[in-house]
Design a protein. Structure first.
Length: 339
């Protein structure tokens, strides 16, 4: 979770690159080649009007090219009972184009990549055919294949400690997500801790996503032990394709390290472990390059970006109050970049 990254040292340019690539691998080598090959394949339709858009949603147990299930065992049937297919509205709101737009191969290729990178989609394909009654128009078919929406894990650290989580990345087929976290440590007071993360994806088709949550016992700054209480919210709007004008976001985090191991920490807690942090990170970027009717590959783009960063410690370990330390330093910073 990005909101838990307290002291992100990434530049604004790195944020822009991350916003472009989403959760995919780097846009180099095979991914970049695939994208450009897809653009080349679609070039014959460039400039035609989009007449219609049909959305075809495939279940997680099927293939992107077929609605026939590949698995017929008990667990697959059980999974089908639990799983909600992504609804048509969720897919349509993630499209960069609409009926009667001009067909731009780059927009279509970037949109296919965007769909494939959604947390709840395993694969996606956008195909075009010329409209039978008008060769100046095309009909589009958008095919997506779900990932199974439920997940979880249990980690047993030793006989006295474990952690567990369960999540759903596609609640009722909406694209929204929920994760519940629980951890237990016999020597801690209290022994059990809980947390949650709730995500709203692409709110009202704005491509703005929100994550908010809390964790009673997250990793602390001092020694990485699970003793920090955290509340956070993160809002992001990424770059969608080369013609996108805006990106931006904000993160807010409250983190308090608590003395949950009094038998071990009473003598050192105030000196080395006690802190109370309020963290803010706000950024916005705007593309200065004039929007093109048709996107060209490898065309230079110009961005201006602004970032505001704050770390406000309401409490700090006594050992660090008379010295500079990057982990416990109050900070207010503003950055402007042009790329």
């Amino acid at each position: 979770m990005q909101a838990q990254n307290l002291f992100a040292q990434t530049s604004l340019m790195e944020r822009a690159k991350k916003a472009i690539t989403g959760k995919s691998l780097s846009m180099t080598d095979s991914n970049r080649i695939y994208l450009f090959n897809n653009i080349a394949t679609l070039k014959s339709y460039a400039g035609k009007r989009i007449n219609s858009i049909t959305i075809e949603q495939h279940n997680f147990s099927t293939n992107i090219d077929s609605t026939e299930s590949n698995f017929k065992d008990f667990f697959s049937r059980l999974g089908n009972q639990l799983h909600y297919n992504s609804n048509t509205r969720a897919i349509r709101e993630n499209l960069f184009f609409s009926e009667w737009d001009l067909f731009d191969p780059s927009i279509i290729a970037y949109n296919e990549k965007w769909l494939r990178n959604l947390n709840y989609i395993q694969d996606a394909k956008i195909t075009a055919i010329v409209t039978p009654y008008d060769t100046n128009q095309v009909d589009l078919l958008v095919i997506t294949k779900d990932l199974f929406s439920y997940g979880g894990e249990i980690l047993i650290n030793n006989k006295n400690a474990y952690s567990a989580k369960i999540n759903n990345t596609n609640l009722a087929g909406t694209g929204n997500s929920l994760q519940l976290i629980q951890n237990f440590e016999n020597e801690r007071i209290p022994k059990s801790g809980w947390g949650y993360d709730f995500g709203l994806s692409n709110i009202f088709g704005s491509f703005i996503s929100v994550n908010a949550g809390m964790n009673q016992f997250g990793n602390n700054l001092a020694n990485n032990v699970l003793s920090a209480r955290k509340n956070y919210i993160s809002i992001q709007r990424p770059i969608l394709h080369p013609n996108s004008k805006w990106l931006g976001g904000m993160e807010y985090l409250e983190a308090v390290n608590e003395n949950v191991f009094p038998n071990k920490w009473d003598s050192i807690y105030n000196l080395a472990l006690n802190y109370n942090l309020k963290h803010k990170d706000i950024w916005i970027g705007y593309q200065l390059t004039k929007k093109k009717r048709m996107i060209k590959a490898n065309e230079d783009r110009q961005f201006i970006q602004y970032r505001h960063l704050e770390n406000d410690f309401k409490e700090r370990p006594l050992n660090y109050q008379l010295q500079l330390d990057r982990n416990y330093q109050n900070l207010i910073a503003d950055f402007i970049s042009y790329t």
